[in-house]
Design a binder for this molecule. Sequence first.
Ligand SMILES: O=C(O)C(=O)Cc1ccccc1
Length: 310
Amino acid sequence: MPASYAYLGPEGTFTEVALRTLPEAATRELIPYVSVQSALDAVRAGEAEAAFVPIENSVEGGITTTLDELVAGEPLTIYREVLLSITFALLVRPGTKLTDIKTVSAHPAAQPQVRNWLRTNLPDAVWESAASNADAARLVQEGRYDAAFAGEFAAARYGLEALETGIHDAENAQTRFVLVGRPARPAAPTGADKTSVVLWQRDDHPGALRDLLGEFASRGINLMLLQSRPTGAGIGNYCFCIDAEGHISDRRMAEALTGLKRICLQVRFLGSYPRADIGPGEARPTLPGTSDEAFMAAADWVARCQDGRF
Ligand SMILES: O=C(O)C(=O)Cc1ccccc1
């Protein structure tokens, strides 16, 4: 197994900064890829042990390229997540003034975080999407665009200077990144975990989504993300990407997934992994009657009833 992690590159992405916060990254070779797809394909092809990619943004929601890759194709599993607070710098070739800027570039997920700033400061600049924020910086260095929104730390790497720093339309904007690998046994529960799944409805009927969500609700499981993605099979056909609080080894989660497996056309398990927003053991108490002990005591009672010992 290659001791390397693929990540959304090139060098100087927020993704790279977030990846370097993981202790295990220090013992791996970190290899930049030009896109989320190519980083994930490197894992599928066995060229990399895991890939590190952005998946969700507190301003815009899911990063759809990543979600769609996890929904389709050869199954992959989320091992870890990282949260990073994001503010942008406007990077330009040395000497460029604000009035010189006709084109600006960044990853599409950056746009909703800098839209108001652009409207006020560069209302006529043309937006050009790039494969990542660091790639936008690289394209500015090459002279393709006049300015890039990227991390201030990318300036030195691409010989650029920051004309403005701390750009962020929304306070406390965070991006969530995940370390994704081939299917493997989930890491042991930490007492603050998250489980990600993709659900496909069996049929279309009133309350179909409520039925799916009910499997979580009735077992006291809180949801942290619900994002529908088109299945590609026509208008109105969606699957649902869900993050739920808890670990698949929790009885309530195992039972919720059992229920979903029975009623859904298809369920894809994307992993159980430690939450990055709180520390180990810090998850809120669950609703009364949804602890492992409550599930075991209830199952024991049913067994005794079946046995005539009630
Ligand atoms: O990691 C990067 O630099 C990216 O291009 C992805 C991204 C896009 C927007 C906010 C954070 C990360």
